[in-house]
Write a protein that binds this ligand. Structure first.
Ligand code: SF4
Length: 413
C-alpha cells in the first residue's frame, strides 16, 4: 500500500521589533540588525539533524514559520532552513504549504518576492485592525494603510496564498469609560481586508493573558474591556461580512476562499503530528526516537502514545544547546500523551471546525472507546439544546453555538 502518515513542521522565530502589550507568545524585542540571522538558522538546522528521524518516513504536508516575527528573518536563512526540512522529509505532499507569519513593518513587495523565491507559498500578515487609535492601543507599529499596503504588496508579488489577521473585541479609552469597537465597524474592517483579494482571513477576539502588560493592567482594574455580549455580536457581524465576500467560515476564527483553508492549522486541529523546531517550539510526535532522551518517552513495546515536548525558551540558551554534539535534545518540558488525553484534545480541536470531526473514527485510531455512558448522555443533552449535531460518529457544533464551543467540548471529555 502506498501510504505514508502525514506530518507537519513548525519553526519558531523569537524576535519582534517591539513587544505588543497583549502578546503571550515567546518573543523578544530586537532591532533587525542586532539579530543573529545566520546563527539562529544554524541552531535550527542542528536541531533538525537531531530530529530527522521524525520526518524520515512521513509525508510532509506543511511548514509554518511562526513567532515572533519571522518576516524579520533574512529570506536567505528561511530558504536554508526550508531546504533542509524538505530534504529530510520522506515525501513531500504535492500541495506542500509553506507559510511565513509577517508584520506589515517587515514586509514589502521585494521581501515577499524574496520569500517566494526560496519556496514560501503563503504569507499570514498581522493587520489586526484598521483604526489608528485601536492599533496604537494594541502597541502595533503600523497604521491602517500600512496593514492594507502589506496585503496588497504580498498579492502583487505573486504569492499564491495570502492571509490577513484581525483582532476584534477591543475597547479603547479608560477602564471607567471604555469605548468598544462596534460590530458594524468590525464588519467594515473585515470587508476592507477581504476586498484586497486575500485568500484567507483569521479573526481572533482579544484575550487578556496573565503575564502580559494587558494582563497586569486588567488585574489592577485599569484596562478598558469589551463586554461579552458585544464581542459575540461582533463575531456574527464579521461572519456575515466575510461569508458575503466569498470567504467561508470553516473554523471558529478562520475564513477561506474555496481550497485556501490553512493546511497547517487543519493538520493541528485534526491531530496530525508536528515537529517543532526553534526555541520555545512545541512538537507532538508519536513514537519519538529514544535517542532524543525525552524523560516521558519510555513505553511498553507496541504501546500507542505520543510525546509533546517544548524546546528551551531562551534563544541564547537554545542556540548554545543545539550547538552541542550528541543526539540527546535538551527541552524545557516533555509530556507523555496517553490515548485518552489525545482524544480529549481531538474533541476540543475538532469541535472548532465547521465540519466537526468523527469521534468514532478518531477513538478507534487511538484504540480507546468513543462512547462512555457519560459522554453519550452529555452529547444527547447538548443535541437537544441545539448545541451539537450528531451524525453517526460525526460531531459538530452548529455555527450559532460556536461562541460556546470550549464549554461544549469540556462537557464531552
Ligand atoms: S508582533 Fe506578534 S509575536 Fe510579536 S509581540 Fe506583537 S503579537 Fe507578539
Amino acid at each position: 500500500m502506498d501510504f505514508m502518515e502525514p506530518i507537519t513542521t513548525y519553526v519558531h522565530f523569537p524576535w519582534c521589533l517591539k513587544k505588543c502589550p497583549y502578546c503571550d507568545f515567546v518573543s523578544f524585542a530586537k532591532a533587525r540588525e542586532a539579530i543573529d540571522h545566520r546563527g539562529y538558522a544554524d541552531a535550527v538546522l542542528a536541531e533538525l539533524r537531531k530530529r530527522t528521524d521524525a520526518l524520515g518516513e512521513r509525508e510532509l504536508r506543511s511548514v509554518f514559520f511562526g513567532g515572533g516575527t519571522p518576516s524579520l528573518w533574512e529570506p536567505e536563512e528561511i530558504g536554508r532552513v526550508l531546504a533542509a526540512i524538505t530534504a529530510a522529509a520522506g515525501r513531500l505532499a504535492p500541495d506542500l504549504e509553506v507559510t511565513v507569519e509577517c508584520n506589515p513593518t517587515s514586509l514589502d513587495e521585494q521581501r515577499a518576492r524574496a520569500l517566494r523565491a526560496v519556496g514560501v507559498n503563503r504569507l499570514s500578515i498581522g493587520v489586526q485592525g484598521l483604526d489608528l487609535e485601536r492599533l496604537q492601543f494594541l502597541g502595533r507599529l503600523h497604521d491602517p494603510d500600512g496593514g492594507l499596503g502589506a496585503l496588497s504588496a504580498a498579492l502583487r508579488s505573486g504569492m499564491p496564498r495570502v492571509s490577513g489577521d484581525l483582532i476584534y473585541g477591543v475597547a479603547v479609552g479608560t477602564a471607567e469609560a471604555a469605548r468598544e469597537q462596534r460590530p458594524e465597524h468590525a464588519a467594515a474592517e473585515a470587508r476592507a481586508v477581504a476586498s484586497t483579494g486575500v485568500t484567507h482571513v483569521s479573526a481572533y477576539s482579544l484575550t487578556i493573558e496573565s503575564g502580559t502588560s494587558f494582563g497586569e493592567l486588567a488585574r489592577r482594574g485599569r484596562l478598558p474591556l469589551a463586554g461579552d455580549e458585544g464581542v459575540a455580536d461582533t463575531f456574527f457581524a464579521i461572519d456575515e461580512a466575510l461569508e458575503a465576500e466569498g470567504l467561508a467560515h470553516y473554523e471558529i476564527s478562520n475564513y477561506a476562499r474555496p481550497g485556501h483553508e490553512a493546511r497547517h492549522n487543519l493538520g493541528y486541529w485534526r491531530g496530525v503530528d508536528y515537529v517543532g523546531l526553534g526555541c520555545a517550539a512545541f512538537g507532538t510526535v508519536s513514537r519519538p526516537d529514544p535517542r532524543w532522551g525525552l524523560r516521558s518517552a519510555g513505553a511498553a513495546p507496541g504501546e500507542a502514545f505520543a510525546v509533546r515536548y517544548r524546546n528551551i525558551a531562551s534563544p541564547e540558551r537554545y542556540m548554545a544547546a543545539m550547538a552541542e554534539a550528541g543526539e540527546a535534545i535538551p527541552v524545557d518540558s516533555d509530556e507523555r500523551l496517553d490515548p485518552e488525553t489525545r482524544l480529549s484534545e481531538r474533541i476540543m480541536l475538532g469541535l472548532r471546525l465547521r465540519d466537526g470531526f468523527d469521534l468514532e473514527e478518531t477513538a478507534s485510531a487511538l484504540g480507546v472507546p468513543a462512547w462512555s455512558p457519560a459522554r453519550r448522555k452529555a452529547a444527547e443533552r447538548l443535541e437537544r439544546a441545539g448545541r451539537l449535531t450528531i451524525d453517526g460518529g460525526r460531531l459538530a457544533v452548529p455555527k450559532a453555538a460556536w461562541v460556546f464551543a470550549d464549554g461544549i467540548a469540556a462537557d464531552l471529555f
